[in-house]
Design a protein around this ligand. Structure first.
Ligand SMILES: Nc1ncnc2c1ncn2[C@@H]1O[C@H](COP(=O)(O)OP(=O)(O)OP(=O)(O)O)[C@@H](O)[C@H]1O
Length: 334
């Protein structure tokens, strides 16, 4: 196994959810809610090797974006640490870390929101690399023209404004802007979720080509199992802030182990198969304000026993390179 470029070590993130003004006044009178803690990410450990792409999958609210933002240095972990090339990634770590964060770039779901509508996209793409001395101001124009060509856009488009582009083109611009920083690691947060299916395929293929050409390392966040399968070497399945299964992509899709992973696969509708071929996962996702005891999935799990309510199963090796957090793999559920 090559040395890890990214090391996530027992990382958790909690947010304190403050009551709104009305609730605060009610709180002062002793009848309103108090500040509550959202456990967005809990005790996640993961190493990513250079050149590897790891997919993060899970239902809405399971903590994928929060983990991605911690990796990109946007959020600071509440506990644990994240090392990029052996140096901590966190805003609070000072100048060395700030410089480092240019090596980690994040691409978001909504490319329009991340592009300033009043700035020509050539200037948007050039802004970061000029500010960080990656390219000199006088060379910026040709640098941007080259990058646009690389992401499949006509170099002359650099004089246009964001509203003159389609969704797929904007996402290409967002990729060009991230690549302009010469990153070693890209965190892609639902990068194709807002695009039409045919455009999704184009953007995914572009990512795959760039990945090969530039030897990029990636964290690919998506709720879409099909998309993640296409781009990832390994996949981590998250449930309510924890990784419950981690495996090489082909092995995970051939034989998912964790009951949640299996339920997730069974809940995906497939083209050409009868309506009864998919089964939604039973019950609702519990609130991360009050996660269930033991295994967070136990209230929805068909195999849950008393041990699952009592003990949190650790992520345990079940085969070379495969990990799952389920008591069924370690002596049963009682
Ligand atoms: N800044 C914040 N303040 C308070 N709570 C937050 C904040 N950011 C995220 N959360 C909460 O943390 C939990 C995890 O959110 P997160 O966005 O990481 O999940 P996700 O898996 O990326 O979901 P989605 O796919 O819907 O974006 C959610 O309950 C969310 O409401």
């Amino acid at each position: 196994m090559p040395a890890a470029l990214l090391d996530i070590d027992h990382v958790s993130k909690r947010f304190v959810k403050q009551p709104n003004i009305g609730e605060r006044i009610a709180g002062m009178l002793g009848v309103g809610p108090k500040a509550e803690t959202v456990r967005a990410v809990t005790d996640v450990s993961l190493s990513v090797a250079k050149g590897e792409v790891v997919g993060l999958v899970g239902e809405s609210g399971c903590g994928k974006s929060t983990l991605g933002r911690m990796i990109a240095g946007i959020y600071t972990p509440s506990d644990g640490k994240i090392l990029f090339d052996k140096v901590p990634v966190a805003k609070s770590q000072g100048r060395r870390t700030q410089k480092l964060t240019t090596r980690v770039q994040m691409i978001h779901q909504d490319p329009f929101a991340s592009l300033n509508p009043r700035i020509r996209i050539g200037d948007t793409v050039a802004e970061g690399p000029v500010a960080h001395n990656i390219v000199k101001g006088r060379d910026a124009d040709s640098y941007v023209a080259d990058l646009l060509g690389r992401v499949g856009l006509d170099p002359s488009y650099r004089r246009r404004f964001p509203h003159q582009f389609s969704g797929g083109q904007r996402q290409r611009i967002a990729i060009a802007r991230a690549l302009a920083m010469k990153p070693d690691l890209l965190v892609l947060d639902e990068p194709v979720a807002s695009l039409d299916v045919s455009i999704q395929a184009q953007v995914l293929n572009l990512f795959m080509d760039l990945r090969q050409d530039l030897d990029l390392t990636g964290i690919f966040i998506s709720h879409d199992l099909g998309v993640v399968r296409h781009v990832s070497d390994r996949v981590a399945i998250m449930y309510l802030g924890r990784i419950v299964e981690l495996a090489p992509t082909s092995e995970l899709y051939a034989a998912p182990n964790h009951p949640y992973t299996r339920a997730l696969f069974e809940s995906v509708p497939r083209i050409g198969v009868g309506k009864k071929s998919f089964r939604p996962i039973a019950g609702e996702i519990p609130s991360p304000l009050h996660p269930p005891s033991g295994c967070h999935f136990h209230p929805r799990c068909p195999f849950a026993g008393p041990r699952c309510k009592r003990e949190t199963p650790p992520l345990t090796g079940i085969a070379p390179g495969r990990f799952s957090a389920c008591h069924l793999n370690t002596g049963g559920t009682d």
